[in-house]
Design a protein around this ligand. Structure first.
Ligand SMILES: C[S@@+](CC[C@H](N)C(=O)[O-])C[C@H]1O[C@@H](n2cnc3c(N)ncnc32)[C@H](O)[C@@H]1O
Length: 238
């Protein structure tokens, strides 16, 4: 089993840099979040008793955006990093219906920390750190945690189908950063696509292999909902 404790997310500077710079170097981050919110609006907003789970919540940006429009009954945010959870707590403030849990994905399988039935499970840019076999274990666990009709939405980087396509996708990403209106910031972030590729913490798998895994686990209506280069939004219903 891989170990969260050995990942760069335990490094304070790495984690702070992500919080400071991700808005600049993540292509179409707003659109990925808005598409997820649109799915939530269409399938879940009419119900008043939704339980939402965010796995690898970081500093809580997605939940903040969700709460601008919707009022789920309960929200649980999980992250392996205490520093990220503190940043999320600061962003979201204290509310009776929000729980913060510090736990690695790897520990979730054995600790049974989460025992509720969730209607909506979201994860962004975190699960790609797990090798495929552990992604499958986590997807099965997510399926178990979902109530019937519930949905899992996963926004993450995926492995391109060939080196040829990968080179294009990485240059597309580089180009996106270069064209960002904040030139002072973006010029310092042009190396991010290369650093992402070299960082052995990143273990992306192809979109196809992950859609197949979700289908095999039992998810229905498995599909990709939005994509730009390696960045993909996909998931399915229980
Ligand atoms: C790139 S950040 C994404 C944060 C947030 N979801 C977002 O979209 O901004 C990845 C987050 O996943 C967390 N993470 C990475 N691997 C994890 C693991 N194995 N278990 C729990 N959290 C993990 C990190 O601590 C970090 O907060």
């Amino acid at each position: 089993m891989s170990k969260f404790e050995e990942s760069r997310w335990t490094n304070s500077e790495f984690s702070q840099n992500y919080r400071d710079e991700a808005n600049i170097y993540l292509p179409f981050r707003r659109e990925f979040i808005e598409t997820t919110k649109s799915l939530y609006a269409y399938f879940f907003a009419a119900k008043s008793d939704n339980n939402v789970l965010d796995l690898g919540c970081g500093d809580g940006l997605f939940i903040e955006e969700l709460l601008k429009t919707f009022s789920p009954k309960s929200i649980t945010l999980v992250d392996g990093s205490n520093e990220m959870l503190e940043a999320a707590q600061k962003r979201l403030g204290k509310r009776a219906n929000i729980n913060f849990i510090q736990a690695s994905f790897q520990s979730l399988f054995s600790d049974e920390l989460l025992n509720s039935n969730y209607n909506f499970i979201y994860s962004s840019l975190a699960i790609h750190h797990l090798p495929l076999e552990e992604k499958k274990l986590l997807y099965s666990y997510i399926y178990k945690l979902l109530s019937p009709g519930g949905c899992f939405v996963h926004y993450d980087v995926v492995a391109p189908v060939s080196t040829k396509i990968e080179n294009w996708f990485l240059s597309l990403w580089h180009q996106w950063i270069k064209e960002h209106p904040n030139k002072t910031m973006s010029e310092n972030l042009l190396e991010i696509p290369d650093q992402y590729k070299k960082n052995t913490d990143n273990r992306p798998d192809t979109l196809g292999s992950q859609l197949q895994a979700l289908t095999q686990i039992g998810f229905k209506e498995v599909d990709c909902f939005f994509k730009h280069g390696i960045f993909s939004l996909f998931g399915g219903f229980k």
